[in-house]
Design a protein around this ligand. Structure first.
Ligand code: HEC
Length: 109
């Protein structure tokens, strides 16, 4: 009888215990913070534009035009195209990214 009680308790107590333990483990930290263009750039842009923004990026173009390219996307002569980020990031984020990419370029030179 005792054994049955023990098993029954375990069946109910264990899942509860697991739940409380799991709850204390922090949920996966947000990957993208709008405030940090470096994080966004690394996660979303570096694979095409290289970590130092040397590829497919002309830092001499005016900011407004570069921001426009990020929001609307650019059809490249050969794929891959520049994806449109409208709706995914704000124009302010795009401006921050442009500033960040320009700073990367100057740092590399
Ligand atoms: C799938 C690859 C890819 C990804 C991911 C990507 N880009 Fe692009 N990007 C391109 C291509 C291709 C172009 C167009 C190059 C051209 O003019 O032929 C481009 C163009 C641009 C331009 C305009 C450059 C210029 O000189 O006119 C900017 C600015 C830019 N990307 C920023 C970003 C940012 C910021 C991100 C991340 C949020 C990003 N890109 C993600 C491929 C990509």
């Amino acid at each position: 009888m005792n054994r049955i009680k023990f098993v029954a308790v375990m069946f109910f107590a264990l899942p509860l215990l697991m739940l409380t333990v799991l709850k204390t483990v922090p949920t996966k930290a947000a990957l993208l913070t709008a405030e940090d263009p470096a994080v966004t750039y690394k996660a979303k842009c570096a694979m095409c534009h290289s970590p130092k923004a040397e590829k497919k990026f002309d830092a001499t173009k005016p900011d407004a035009q570069l921001v426009e390219s990020i929001m609307k996307g650019v059809k490249a002569a050969t794929p891959p195209n520049m994806p449109a980020y409208e709706g995914k990031i704000t124009p302010e984020d795009a401006q921050a990214l442009v500033t960040y990419m320009k700073s990367l370029k100057t740092a590399a030179n």
